[in-house]
Design a protein around this ligand. Structure first.
Ligand code: ZN
Length: 463
């Protein structure tokens, strides 16, 4: 049965409209020709496109709070990785499922309707593949299905530790040979319905560091012949650029441009340490940049030059990456806040191409994310999937607004408490702030957390 969502305000094309409804057909797509619809009352709420989280490593939810110490995790990204590897070392497929469900539940609570899961946890703890080399990927997909999120599983190729480096034992669950990678992603993809509404795929060569150039060519041409998006970590750390100079005599983005690997279907995750020529290369090839500002500030990665990128109309998606926080609106506003601190000015991204800043940042969390994952979503247009989020117009963080101030209020000030309902493919997965599986998901996650990190949980100590 088709549904008719009836909010107090509907966000479309940069404006809030009152007295409008949004219809979604049986297949979960937005339509303007529905008949006999079932009304869904959303009085007192604004209805907006759901957020797209284009870059996630769900298992890293486990290290939130564990890595905020130099004693434990050292002083930089490279030493932080050891804490992350420790979390990844012994998780069973069922535990990976439990952690991913917790992470995806939190995403649903934050208004996220699609997640791009950059997945590289493939092997058993000793580095040997499971009988089904895609077992871990399937458990992560099942976790998203259990919560109700759409997932784009970006299966990652992690082929080596780095140029002239021995294999790092902390990464043994990640490694595959390129042939195995290609046959594994092909069989994974073939085992799900083609163009499914809720499970999609992409190809993720981990980084220039982890994938030698010949293999990268092979992986990218396979992805292109199968029309799949290509995601890669690029220029997150200066040391990465230096290593690439040593191996290839140029930076990662120069290499990608020179080898004609950039393109409309290429998503450069982070893309922080860039020259103006490299920014121009993204513009020329229409590649997308995916920033993860809450993670990038947590890891001390640096500040992405969003102003320079946006002036050249480079599309910009957002990701929660390490799950230090899961909040697409916080990621959106930090794109500008980081620039404000660096440049000692306000609203740096405002009026680029005459567009208001709030609209531009909101597009990063929605439309550009959907484009990065090649999913028909993000703007509530007819034909797209019915992926939506509601904001409680009386929530303490947004109350007191006019139609023209509401979007900036939401982008710069909304708390997660304002997010009340989340709809994916026309199906409500969060209703009035509650997910039906929340207690079970949290309780199973707590058991995994105690097993991995030991000791009593704070709940246990209170009893
Ligand atoms: Zn990442």
């Amino acid at each position: 049965m088709s549904k008719s969502f009836q909010p107090t305000l509907l966000y479309q094309d940069g404006r809030f409209l009152s007295g409008k409804q949004l219809d979604v057909d049986d297949a979960g797509r937005i339509t303007v020709t529905a008949r006999d619809t079932t009304p869904v009352d959303l009085k007192g709420k604004a209805l907006l496109p759901g957020f797209v989280n284009a870059h996630s490593h769900s298992f890293q939810r486990l290290i939130r709070g564990r890595a905020e110490s130099r004693v434990v995790s050292g002083k930089d990204f490279w030493s932080w990785r050891n804490t992350m590897y420790q979390a990844a070392a012994h998780l069973s497929p069922e535990e990976v499922y439990d952690v991913a469900r917790m992470c995806f539940l939190e995403m649903a609570r934050a208004g996220i309707t699609t997640v791009g899961e950059f997945h590289y946890l493939h092997n058993m703890s000793d580095g040997v593949p499971y009988d089904d080399a895609n077992l871990m990927a399937r458990r992560v997909i099942a976790a998203a299905q259990s919560v109700g999120l759409r997932i784009v599983l970006l299966r990652s190729a992690y082929l080596r530790s780095g140029y002239q480096l021995p294999l790092d034992p902390g990464q043994r669950r990640f490694f595959e040979k390129v042939d195995a990678f290609l046959s594994n992603i092909a069989s994974l993809r073939a085992s799900y319905p083609e163009n499914s509404a809720d499970v999609r795929f992409g190809v993720a060569p981990h980084s220039i560091r982890a994938v030698p150039l010949d293999d990268l060519h092979e992986i990218v041409s396979w992805a292109r012949s199968n029309s799949l998006p290509i995601h890669m970590h690029v220029a997150e750390q200066i040391a990465e650029n230096v290593e690439c100079q040593r191996e290839y005599g140029c930076t990662p983005v120069e290499l990608l441009a020179r080898e004609e690997l950039l393109g409309k279907d290429f998503v450069a995750v982070h893309a922080i340490h860039l020259s103006s020529e490299e920014i121009a290369a993204f513009a020329k090839t229409q590649a997308i940049v995916c920033s993860c500002p809450t993670t990038e500030r947590n890891l001390g990665d640096g500040i992405v030059q969003v102003d320079a990128l946006m002036k050249l109309r480079v599309r910009h998606a957002l990701g929660s990456d390490s799950q230090a926080q899961i909040d697409s609106l916080e990621d959106a506003r930090q794109l500008d806040y980081h620039l404000r601190l660096a440049q000692q000015q306000r609203a740096v991204l405002d009026q680029i191409d005459d567009r208001p800043i709030a609209e531009r940042l909101f597009d990063c969390a929605t439309i550009h994310g959907a484009q990065a994952l090649a999913v028909e979503s993000g703007s509530l247009r007819p034909g797209e999937y019915g992926d939506m989020v509601t904001i409680d117009l009386e929530d303490i963080s947004v109350a007191g607004h006019t139609p023209d101030s509401l979007l900036p209020l939401i982008v710069f000030g909304a708390n997660r408490t304002a997010i009340r309902d989340v709809v994916v493919n026309g199906k409500t997965i969060l209703q009035n702030g509650r997910h039906p599986l929340e207690e079970e998901i949290v309780s199973r996650y707590q058991q995994v957390y105690r097993k991995v990190w030991g000791g009593e949980s704070s709940e246990g100590n209170l009893r």
